[in-house]
Design a protein. Structure first.
Lengths: 212, 212
């Protein structure tokens, strides 16, 4: 298995956590996004969308972090990342999608670049934008995690899974942008519980081969 | 079953298509987003995130359109919305996520409102933003659909499924914002094929009880 990754990409970080939780070994192929390497022809042939991550397994290319993680769970079922019960599956998927559809897309590098390069917003406005979408999404997430009885040591019960895999990279990003996390005690608690685990440590940006 | 919906919400539109493809009946509960009805306490109790859609099934509340659709497919498996093969599942999920994670979140009402109300961009800049993200996402999608051998009459083979359910509402939105679709012949062809089907017709915004 080969993972096209970049240490700072949260989407790649999600897949690294899933691979580590499953105990799967893989070759790490670094695509240096900050240097524009995703636009070079060699990588365009791997992913015409110029994004990471891409996972290569059984000589096939797999796209989109949440789809890749579900592929991994369907292919290497132990330990499970998604619960078996269909209502529980909806819960963890919907928690993950709050992050993947409502926070992360608004705050990734290409969007921030559009704000500064095309719309000519100030750094202050860019940071306010970033904080606004993290805070909006985390408020929703905190409310659900704090009030729903299925929350345990992790987002869903006492084992890490699909929602935690999405949460931890987003919290790391929020910290990098100095978002105040004190209104989100459940999120902070779960993030800390995750980061005690070897799988999450191994997947962290700062320990990747291409970390700067 | 009860669907909290709004005629113009693309996320609700996706779930309506899935319900229609499965031949499932449901009560239609209209939440008039344009009038701010999602913020009223009655609906906040249903969805603290103030978003549609929410599906109620077996007295349980289900969130997030893509998670709801997968719930429906796991609960009412015929006709299938996702393929059985795990590589094929990755394909349709990754196509759907291009739309759900990379186009739709950037162009929904609350984001456009932030651009105009907070960042004070002009109407022209707002439209350029909208067109930019649709065109970027559709370029990636068109490339995959036009070059991957699994594409058939629909996004994946000759039956409509998960990717088509995400595509059709996004195309409808793009048309509403007058995005030029001539660079995307495969997308236009598949959208037309979908819209010939009763399930897609029944789910369309203009025939919903709350259409204006």
């Amino acid at each position: 298995m080969k993972l096209y990754s970049y240490f700072r990409s949260s989407a790649a970080y999600r897949v690294r956590i899933a691979l580590a939780l499953k105990g799967l070994d893989y070759e790490y192929a670094s695509i240096q996004i900050a240097k524009g390497k995703q636009f070079e022809p060699e990588y365009a042939a791997v992913n015409p969308q110029h994004l990471v991550p891409v996972l290569e397994d059984e000589r096939k290319l797999l796209y989109q972090s949440l789809a890749i993680i579900q592929y991994l769970d369907e292919t290497y079922p132990e330990p499970r990342i998604l619960p078996i019960d269909r209502f529980e599956r909806n819960r963890v998927r919907s928690l993950a999608l709050i992050i993947a559809c409502e926070i992360h897309p608004l705050n990734n590098l290409r969007v921030l670049k559009y704000l500064t390069d095309v719309l000519k917003v100030s750094d202050e406005q860019k940071n306010a934008w970033y904080h606004h979408w993290v805070t909006t999404g985390f408020t929703a997430l905190e409310h659900r995690l704090a009030t729903e009885p299925q929350t345990g040591r992790f987002c869903h019960g006492d084992k890490p899974g699909f929602a935690d895999i999405s949460l931890v990279p987003q919290v790391a990003n929020a910290r990098r942008f100095k978002v105040d996390l004190t209104p989100f005690p459940t999120i902070v608690r779960i993030d800390a519980a995750c980061n005690e685990l070897e799988a999450f440590k191994k997947a962290a940006p700062q320990v990747q081969p291409d970390a700067e």
